[in-house]
Design a protein around this ligand. Structure first.
Ligand SMILES: *[C@@H]1O[C@H](CO)[C@@H](O)[C@H](O)[C@H]1NC(C)=O
Ligand SMILES: *[C@@H]1O[C@H](CO)[C@@H](O)[C@H](O)[C@H]1NC(C)=O
Ligand SMILES: *[C@@H]1O[C@H](CO)[C@@H](O)[C@H](O)[C@H]1NC(C)=O
Ligand SMILES: *[C@@H]1O[C@H](CO)[C@@H](O)[C@H](O)[C@H]1NC(C)=O
Ligand SMILES: *[C@@H]1O[C@H](CO)[C@@H](O)[C@H](O)[C@H]1NC(C)=O
Ligand SMILES: *[C@@H]1O[C@H](CO)[C@@H](O)[C@H](O)[C@H]1NC(C)=O
Length: 441
């Protein structure tokens, strides 16, 4: 009896010992997270990151597309060194996960990225121009940096992407080779990292104003100070809603089921609810997918359905007038502009009436925009409300509110895709910090 107790004890301590060794060499998998630096281009208002891809670790700038399906790019540097490129074959498991639109037969003397036979294929979308490119998907090595400690590099050998036609790059910030999707698909960046490293499907996004730095952190990690505290105790939480309707036919402008929607119930300006909003527009129409509120990094400013836009402008102009802020001629596409010197400034930017997107009035869940997120300076003397009318050149169903990049800047946003929840902070300026300080401990 004593003998077997000892051997059991010995067995357990061996297990413990090997687990301990393991933990020393690879950081605890449950806490693994990966970091992607974000910059904003001031001219195009696009947010992009840098990735290292393929056997030669080609460095590529790619635009961040929050509702995008997958990684796509075109790059001669990668092409010339693409020795480890492999097509994703039709009928393969990866093809099923990708949930794609077809199978392509492309025959060339030598199979090359973008032209291989019997290949699982889908549409890549340029989210700025609406240009679509249908071609085969492949996989290659994505090199990622741990968000923890010494930023050790890891490699995902079979990361799916599309090597796209060069025409798809038109409209992207000059130095970008393509875009990386972090939408609700099986082959988006966070979905693939979650499956490769067995971590929770979750990411935190902190986008900077032009000239600043921000980060995308995929996975779970301990953030740096003061973000750990902000994340733990001062985030508002709201459900991420799924739009049940994708777009089909010729009016494809992306796939609405892959975008992140939130349930905005009302809008406040100053502390007053904007009364004349058409409530039907605020919810998603289950028949055609129109309406509702999405969050999109590829919109420079929040776009609003015409009637919501008009109501917001009216309420804002009135509230601004009561603060003696003087209105001047509008500067298209911005519909409400003011004399800069009639606006005082504060820690949270120009002191103008706040704008709240209210998700849950009872529980006090609302996303508040102060001047730093609501006003944009267009000239030496003029500052304008940074919201625009949406749906102007869109033929398909339109989303009523698309929260754009300018409004997201200097807010910590945690997309917990696994449990379909969005956590968002108030303006980081209120916490005496900015996205440039967002990192991990
Ligand atoms: C791979 O990278 C190395 C080092 O950067 C470079 O010298 C080499 O030319 C690259 N190979 C190709 C095929 O581009
Ligand atoms: C392309 O793939 C199809 C389906 O697997 C196969 O029938 C055909 O022979 C292939 N063609 C070439 C040229 O490899
Ligand atoms: C949109 O995505 C959903 C879920 O991935 C898919 O079932 C649907 O076919 C897609 N629609 C289009 C038009 O690609
Ligand atoms: C509200 O919007 C819906 C959807 O666009 C429209 O059908 C309806 O007529 C609008 N209601 C009013 C009162 O304008
Ligand atoms: C809509 O399209 C027209 C013609 O292509 C273009 O001139 C106009 O600037 C576009 N408007 C917006 C708001 O994108
Ligand atoms: C931010 O700084 C101000 C002034 O230094 C201080 O009073 C305030 O408590 C700080 N707020 C936070 C959240 O740290």
């Amino acid at each position: 009896m004593a003998h077997s107790t000892i051997s059991i004890f010995f067995f357990f301590s061996l297990c413990f010992f090997s687990f301990y060794l393991n933990a020393q060499t690879t950081p605890s998998k449950q806490l693994q997270a990966f970091i992607f630096p974000i910059k904003k281009d001031g001219k195009t208002n696009q947010y992009y990151t840098n990735i290292q891809f393929g056997s030669n670790s080609t460095k590529l700038n790619v635009v961040i597309d929050l509702g995008g399906n997958f990684l796509w790019f075109n790059s001669v540097d990668y092409f010339n060194a693409a020795s480890s490129y492999r097509p994703i074959l039709c009928g393969s498991r990866k093809c099923q996960i990708a949930d794609t639109d077809g199978c392509i037969l492309c025959i060339s003397d030598l199979p090359v990225p973008g032209c291989t036979n019997n290949t699982c294929s889908d549409f890549a979308l340029n989210p700025f121009t609406g240009t679509l490119g249908f071609s085969g998907l492949g996989e290659d090595a994505l090199h990622v940096r741990s968000a923890r400690g010494a930023h050790v590099q890891y490699t995902v050998d079979d990361f799916p992407f599309q090597y796209s036609d060069p025409v798809l790059r038109t409209g992207l910030v000059g130095l970008a080779a393509g875009a990386v999707g972090i939408g609700r698909t099986g082959i988006s960046l966070q979905a693939q990292l979650a499956s490769a490293f067995k971590i929770r499907e979750k990411f935190a996004l902190c986008v900077p104003p032009a000239g600043g730095d921000g980060n995308l952190i995929v996975g779970e990690t301990a953030y740096s100070i003061p973000f750990e505290e902000i994340s733990k105790s001062s985030l508002f939480t709201t459900p991420l809603v799924k739009n049940p309707v994708s777009i089909s036919g010729n009016e494809v402008i992306g796939n609405l089921t892959h975008e992140y929607f939130i349930n905005v119930k009302s809008i406040k300006v100053g502390s007053k609810t904007v009364l004349s909003l058409n409530k039907t527009l605020l919810s998603i129409n289950k028949k055609d997918g129109s309406g509702g509120t999405s969050i999109r990094t590829v919109r420079p400013y929040t776009t609003l359905h015409k009637s919501i836009y008009k109501a917001l402008i009216k309420a804002f102009v009135r509230a601004a007038a009561s603060k003696n802020i003087k209105r001047v001629k509008s500067v298209a596409p911005l519909g409400a502009c003011f004399v800069l010197k009639t606006v005082t400034s504060s820690k949270t930017g120009p002191q103008v009436p706040t704008i709240d997107l209210v998700m849950n009035k009872k529980k006090g869940v609302f996303w508040r925009f102060y001047g730093s997120n609501s006003m944009v300076r267009v000239s030496k003397d003029v500052t304008c409300l940074a919201f625009v009318e949406g749906g102007i050149n869109v033929s398909g169903p339109t989303t009523s509110i698309e929260v754009g990049g300018y409004q997201m800047e200097n807010h910590l946003l945690e997309f917990d895709v696994a449990s379909s929840k969005l956590g968002f902070s108030s303006s980081l300026l209120l916490h005496n910090t900015t996205c440039s300080k967002f990192g991990s401990s």
